[in-house]
Design a binder for this molecule. Structure first.
Ligand code: SAH
Length: 346
């Protein structure tokens, strides 16, 4: 039964070499298999033509190659492509290709469902079923890279961990996937082109700094007032703004890399002067920039995008305080591929 067999892609190169030694073969066979699995993206042992037939059979008897499958693909009229990705155990997650004039970004998922409970996010309505493995994250990137080449004529340029799930609640696997994405044996992408977005888990932000990661960090802030943040992101009771601030100071001290705050302005919720002042104060703690993102309504109608004037008030206040700010328009809304809309509607 395949259930009893180990996923060969959970082995490191060293472990693969050891496997070959243990069956009385040359360890370099392990490197060859590793290359088939990662650089060449093989999904069957049959492919591995520089390995003898008998050995391929032996691999087949001992291992499986679990891999994702793009189950369905939806194209938006703005060029955005949403993939429903089927995992080996039948769960589905979503990943998105977002083309802009000078880059193509892959937005990838890190969990099936989500550990957290942001009230405005469609993914949060699904409870967390399980974490994705490193190879399941890596495969999403490979699939989007292929689509980028096919539909846009160039490779993928950037990756954001902004799909389903909270990446810092799946720390080990997310970091292992980044390792693979950036290594020459994987995709060889620069970590500078990767951004991890978190709802703000202070302890894990500190761990990122300690682990000296080379990618960028974005934090979904949405309110710099503790009580309000708790209202919209209830987990923030345990991960307070005070602890978040301290962890971000620690991050900056160690990495010297500024942080991006993601921020949605909602009508009647965080659109007053008091909210703006609180954000400006928060932004002065650590070098940062603010990305104001458009709200993508989820079905329940509890939240509404604030008026343009409220967003302008934020812009002016931030600019006056020399805090870099951008307003990001949503992509792929017509196919529910925009931020916070990933919820497996099909
Ligand atoms: N858990 C991580 C990454 C996934 S969410 C995080 O929270 O950062 C990615 C981004 O989409 C976050 O900034 C999140 O706050 C935002 N988002 C969630 N729901 C949204 C919605 N309905 N409209 C717009 N952005 C949303």
């Amino acid at each position: 039964m395949s259930k009893d067999k180990k996923d060969i892609r959970s082995l490191t190169k060293e472990q693969l070499r050891d496997f070959f030694t243990s069956i009385g073969q040359q360890p370099f066979r392990g490197n060859q298999v590793y290359e088939w699995l990662w650089s060449k993206g093989s999904h069957t042992f049959e492919d591995m033509t520089n390995i003898s037939k008998d050995t391929r059979q032996l691999l087949e008897d001992n291992f499986v190659i679990n891999h994702i499958e793009v189950d369905s693909l939806q194209k938006s009229n703005d060029g955005t492509i949403k993939n429903a990705v089927k995992l080996h155990d039948g769960f589905i997650v979503e990943s998105v290709l977002i083309p802009t004039h000078n880059r193509t970004t892959a937005c990838v998922s890190s969990q099936v469902g989500c550990s957290l409970d942001c009230k405005f996010c469609a993914t949060a309505k699904l409870k967390r079923m399980r974490n994705l493995n490193p190879d399941e994250i890596y495969d999403q990137v490979v699939a989007i890279d292929k689509e980028s080449r096919l539909y846009h004529g160039h490779p993928l340029s950037n990756i954001v961990f902004m799909g389903m799930g909270e990446p810092l609640m799946n720390y080990k696997n997310v970091l292992a996937s980044v390792e693979k994405i950036t290594s020459d044996e994987g995709l060889g992408m620069s970590p500078k082109r990767i951004t991890l977005s978190t709802s703000g888990v202070p302890k894990m932000i500190k761990k990122l700094a300690d682990d000296a990661v080379k990618f960028h960090l974005a934090v979904s802030l949405h309110s710099a007032i503790q009580e309000k943040r708790e209202q919209i992101m209830p987990f923030a009771k345990n991960f307070t703004l005070e602890d978040l601030k301290e962890s971000l100071e620690y991050w900056y001290e160690k990495t010297n890399r500024r942080i991006t705050y993601e921020y949605i302005v909602w009508k009647g919720l965080n659109d007053t002067k008091e909210d703006i002042d609180a954000l400006v104060r928060f932004c002065l703690y650590v070098p940062c920039k603010v990305n104001i993102i458009e709200y993508n309504p989820i079905d329940d109608g509890e939240f509404q995008q604030a008026a343009t004037e409220a967003v302008d008030n934020y812009l002016h206040a931030l600019e006056r305080n020399r805090i870099p700010v951008t307003v990001r328009r949503s992509r792929g809304k017509d196919i529910d591929a925009a931020c916070g809309q990933l919820a497996n509607k099909q």
